[in-house]
Design a protein around this ligand. Structure first.
Ligand SMILES: NC(=O)CC[C@H](N)C(=O)O
Length: 420
């Protein structure tokens, strides 16, 4: 359902607005969903007994923009357990609290190329990365508090801030995994023996099993992912959940390791940082643009949702969302150049990052001379990258002043797009 409660095909007879115009993104998502709906390949996870009983049929996709609007199609309010889609968010919280140096003493940053539950430790005893179970249990062990209850409280609080609402625990899925999770306990014992687990085995695994049994909707996953896409600010609540560094580092790990031993092909084909869970959810994002959640419980042999993978692949291909897609040569950031009585005003435009800054300065600095002033007018600029801002500001000092004391380069920035 879309945000405003319309039905799936998007039309409400009482609503006189044409739904194709009021929510064009809903149609986009519904089209992607409809293309995947007939696919019944795969099977629900059954190694956690409670998951064997879930309804395999629901299918949903939701997208939250970094500007704070949410679009949904299909069964996007159906609840399911987050499972491994929790891993990037717990890693992000641990990173935010402890920093990268501390984290990397406990867990590696390299893709393992192995299944999620592999007995996968480097020679040093660190799990390969925080997206596989071994590394995720270590990340959970690093969360604040001594007891399972304290750690889980921190996890639940943190994940709820990512989602923008209070998340609840599915007690029966938790109990079911706790009763059967010996392989995860084995991973915890190995990391404990190696000195990389930061809590007793039962505390770490019990908090991890509860973390995996938190209940979300597809919509929640979209908002959580969007909170990474903004660089750590929940776009609905506007709350800063983690630092921009923690968001970037987490997104990096999702890019290299999020889809387990399918991560390389996923990056090539879909090109969006992502993380799947055996509950059938997948979170994915395009930095600065949007977060997306998908849900469909039947999994492929690697534990990734079959229809979720299909929906994200279709969406990326159809709408050109691969994050490494070359976007073509942009218009020049120099909109016009107006020489006027010794003063040359360069009207700049658009989003100026490294290449735009390089073009502006390479073309315009040769115009700097002793008799006049070059004005860089940022009025039409929508954003300047942090590094580019620094270079622009440095140029004012570098160019110095004319014999009459006037600055040779001036910056006009009425909207304050240059960063400090
Ligand atoms: N890939 C997953 O979602 C695995 C999570 C699950 N709780 C486990 O540890 O086995």
């Amino acid at each position: 359902m879309a945000d405003d409660g319309r039905s799936d095909d998007g039309y409400d007879a009482d609503d006189h607005h044409d739904p194709r115009l009021t929510d064009p993104v809903h149609r986009t998502l519904a089209g992607v969903l409809d293309a995947a709906r007939p696919n019944t390949d795969g099977a629900v996870a059954d190694y956690i007994p409670e998951l064997a009983d879930v309804d395999p049929e629901p299918i949903a996709i939701a997208l939250a923009s970094t500007r704070g609007s949410v679009h949904e199609a299909g069964d996007s309010r159906v609840e399911f357990t987050i499972q491994s889609a929790s891993k990037p968010f717990v890693f992000a919280l641990a990173l935010d609290a402890l920093g990268l140096d501390t984290l990397t003493r406990h867990v590696g940053l390299e893709p393992s190329g192995e299944p999620f539950n592999a007995i996968s430790l480097e020679a040093s005893g660190r799990p390969d990365n925080p997206m596989i179970n071994a590394g995720a249990i270590v990340a959970t062990s690093l969360m604040g508090g001594e007891t399972t209850e304290q750690k889980f409280r921190e996890i639940r609080k943190g994940l709820s801030r990512f989602a923008g609402r209070e998340l609840e625990l599915d007690e029966s899925v938790y109990a079911s995994e706790a009763a059967t999770g010996d392989r995860n306990r084995a991973l915890a014992y190995l990391t404990h023996a190696a000195g990389t687990l930061a809590a007793p085995v039962d505390v770490a695994t019990d908090a991890y099993f509860r973390q995996c049994a938190l209940v979300v909707t597809t919509r929640d996953l979209a908002v959580m992912a969007a909170t990474l896409a903004t660089g750590g600010i929940n776009p609905l609540t506007r709350e800063r959940v983690i630092s921009a560094d923690a968001a970037r580092w987490t997104t990096s790990m999702m890019t290299s390791c999020g889809m387990y031993d399918a991560s390389g092909e996923w990056l090539l084909r879909v090109g969006l940082p992502a993380k799947s869970g055996v509950g059938g959810g997948i979170v994915a994002l395009q930095p600065e643009q949007f977060g997306v959640g998908t849900f469909s419980p039947r999994l492929d042999e690697r534990g990734n949702s079959v229809r979720g993978v299909e929906m994200l692949t279709t969406m990326s291909e159809r709408y050109g969302l691969h994050m490494l897609d070359p976007r073509g040569e942009p218009l020049s950031p120099i909109a016009s150049l107006d020489p006027d009585d010794g003063t040359t005003v360069a009207l700049l435009r658009g989003d100026i990052r490294f290449a735009g800054m390089e073009e502006v300065l390479t073309r315009l600095l040769p115009l700097v001379n002793d008799d006049g002033c070059l004005v860089l007018d940022f009025t039409g600029v929508t954003r300047v990258g942090g590094g580019a801002s620094r270079v622009f500001r440095g140029v004012v000092d570098l160019a110095g002043t004319n014999p009459d004391g006037r600055a040779r380069v001036e910056i006009r920035d009425p909207d304050g797009v240059l960063r400090d």
